[in-house]
Design a protein around this ligand. Structure first.
Ligand code: CA
Length: 226
């Protein structure tokens, strides 16, 4: 699955250059041309990395950066700055996942920074997964729904983690079988559907639907809504 990059930048020429260039480098690229839309997309859509211009209409780049830090502290952001721009103010933020690139920059340079950030993000141990009232502690393997402990089998746990790690993305039965069960062929059973059923039963309760959505004839998606 290609990494998804969100470009938040208001200059059409640069957006176009980045969309085409990064796609050619094998990334999936989405874009927003103002800060308000950009922050919305970054928070509601599955995004692996954000390329953020600082001078934006709508919400300023710094404002967007702060919002992203609060809501998605692990999301890597590469900030595009003009030389002599507010860099000291940004450095004041707790900017663990942030890298900076000064305009003008080459596409090769940006792509290299993106790869470095994605590699670093992949190696940062995540302790918690959270979504739809479900909390998973990856260290203790404890699962809670609305604060209450839910006991899952090893396979149920692995399936839940795989779905939650890919929140908002549709995972096919074949992908799930490969990652959770280690099958690289379709055994021709409905084992995935059976286990999704177990998860829904164990995590569900009256008036609360587990956010595992069935995508007809494809597979399943853990809903990105909270
Ligand atoms: Ca700009």
């Amino acid at each position: 699955m290609p990494d998804r990059i969100l470009v938040i930048e208001d200059e059409p020429g640069i957006v176009d250059f980045l969309e085409r260039g990064l796609a050619a480098q094998g990334f999936e690229v989405a874009s927003a041309t103002d800060g308000t839309t950009g922050a919305e997309k970054a928070l509601s859509e599955p995004v692996d990395l954000v390329v953020l211009d600082l001078m934006l209409p709508g919400r300023s780049g710094l404002d967007v950066l702060t919002a992203l830090h609060q809501a998605k502290p692990m999301l890597p952001v590469i900030v595009l700055t003009a030389r002599d721009q507010v860099e000291d103010r940004i450095t004041g933020l707790d900017a663990g996942a942030v890298d900076y690139l000064t305009k003008p920059f080459s596409l090769g340079e940006l792509a290299a920074r993106i790869r470095a950030q994605l590699r670093a993000a992949a190696h940062t141990p995540t302790t918690w997964l959270r979504g739809g009232d479900v909390d998973v502690n990856l260290i203790t393997r404890e699962v809670r729904r609305d604060g209450e402990i839910v006991r899952l089998s090893t396979t149920e746990f692995e399936l839940l983690v795989y779905l939650m790690r890919n929140r908002g993305r549709v995972l096919s039965r074949e992908q799930i079988l490969r990652v959770v069960w280690g099958y690289d062929y379709d055994p021709g059973t409905n084992v995935v559907d059976v286990y999704v059923g177990y998860l829904r039963r164990k995590l569900g309760r009256a008036g609360f639907e587990v956010p595992i959505v069935t995508v007809r004839s494809v597979g399943y998606r853990f809903d990105a809504r909270d």
